[in-house]
Design a protein around this ligand. Structure first.
Ligand code: PMP
Length: 407
């Protein structure tokens, strides 16, 4: 579906977009933090609790079977959306953060020894740094860092030179939540595989905005969060190649993840259940599947094209204001703009824009190494979604002009 010509109808799908904030129409430009939800997703959550709520997998009764079927159908929807080979390669988690922690723990416990190396990049979200540092504390591993240049692009020559005999895993983001850079993931995978090293891709900022096919990318692990793709909070995905997931130790122990339990010997369940201890978020999974159907109906290519149009429109207009410094100027960019306006503190700018109903994010965006790279404490960040409009960007520009006049 072509978005620009259907934008009024699309916006009607998202009830929150008609809100007013401080007596102004809401202009929501904090989509990299979380996205708003369409009626179909909200309705799915309501239906989950009003029509088919029962615990999954264990019940013989009607409601339990219905809930189980919906939960497993959701897994198949995610599998098809990501282009994974098998449904059992899709593990439901709480989100990107938990997916990365799962891999850091289970892959780390299974395969890493003191002195082994993990490569991450300088542009990672803290959730793709700290789990590896925890592993470092537990096991004495070494973390190596791929630097990025002034445009916010990874240095691929430096990346290739970081591999050694001890490299056991690479973990990098597909799209930076601060710089917007779309990293050349296929190339990153190829370089890792040339060294026989598996690679985890953080898809938190890519899956909602561009088409992703994990088999085409040949990623070993790929992770994302439901709430950033118009789905509910508290549900996310870990895709992992069967060969790795099969070999990895479980992450958490409990119900669902076992085959047999006795005090003498416990055996673990098959994939994907081995990694899904406890009652899963079966309402969240079905609502996430609904969100995926929502973006698929519009089309990921249409979404990517429309958001690029918004990005270019906003970048041009911001440049015209003058005195706006951009962090992240790659030509391969997603619709995220991090900036500094004159010498106005990002926090002051964010607070004053809020008074005009405009929601932007300020601060370090959970990526302090990026801030260190530029020698700053934070930025003002506008991030776009499929329901944003050029009129909203005009409101942002007018808001920034107004705040500038105040200073
Ligand atoms: N990685 C990236 C690139 C992100 O932008 C975010 C969220 N800002 C995360 C990981 C963490 O996602 P979550 O908080 O949903 O687990």
């Amino acid at each position: 579906m072509e978005i620009a010509s259907n934008i009024t109808r699309i916006r009607e799908d998202f009830p929150i977009l008609t809100s007013t904030v401080h007596k102004h129409p809401l202009v929501y430009l904090d989509n990299a933090a979380t996205t708003q939800k369409p009626w179909s997703v909200i309705k799915k959550i309501e239906d989950g609790y009003t029509k088919q709520n029962a615990n999954v997998h264990r019940g013989v009764h009607f409601l339990s079977q219905m809930a189980t079927e919906a939960h497993e159908a959701a897994r198949a929807t995610v599998q098809q959306f990501l282009g994974a080979a098998h449904t059992h390669e899709i593990i439901f988690t709480r989100g990107t953060t938990e997916s990365i922690n799962l891999v850091a723990y289970s892959f780390g416990e299974t395969f890493l020894k003191q002195g082994d190396e993990v490569i991450v990049s300088e542009m990672e979200h803290h959730s793709n740094i700290v789990p590896w540092q925890l592993l470092q504390q537990r096991k004495g591993i070494i973390i190596k860092v791929i630097p990025f240049n002034q445009q916010g692009e990874l240095d691929l020559t430096e990346y290739a030179s970081l591999f050694s005999e001890r490299t056991k895993l690479v973990a990098v983001t597909h799209v930076s939540n601060v710089l917007g850079t779309i990293n050349p993931v296929k190339q990153l995978v190829q370089i890792a595989h040339k060294h026989d090293v598996p690679i985890l891709i953080d898809g938190a900022q890519s899956v909602p905005h561009i088409a992703v096919n994990v088999q085409d990318l040949n990623a070993d692990f790929y992770v994302f969060s439901g709430h950033k793709i118009y789905g509910p909070t508290g549900i996310g995905v870990l895709y992992g190649k069967e060969k790795w997931l099969d070999a990895m130790l479980p992450y958490q122990g409990g119900g669902e993840m076992i085959a047999q339990v006795s005090f003498e010997k416990t055996t673990f369940n098959e994939l994907p259940y081995k990694f899904e201890a406890g009652t899963p978020d079966f309402i969240g999974s079905t609502a996430l599947a609904e969100a995926i159907r929502y973006v698929q109906n519009i089309g990921m290519d249409q979404i990517a094209a429309y958001e690029t149009y918004l990005l270019n429109y906003a970048t041009d207009k911001l440049q015209q204001i003058g005195d706006v410094h951009f962090f992240g100027t790659s030509s391969h960019k997603s619709a995220v703009i991090s900036m500094q306006v004159g010498d106005i503190h990002h926090y002051d700018m964010g607070t004053l824009l809020d008074k005009l109903g405009i929601a932007l994010r300020t601060g370090h965006h959970c990526a302090q190494p990026i801030m260190k790279h530029y020698g700053i404490e934070g930025t003002l960040r506008a991030s776009f979604a499929l329901y944003n409009t050029t009129q909203e960007i005009d409101a942002l520009i007018a808001g920034i002009e107004r705040v500038k006049q105040l200073f």
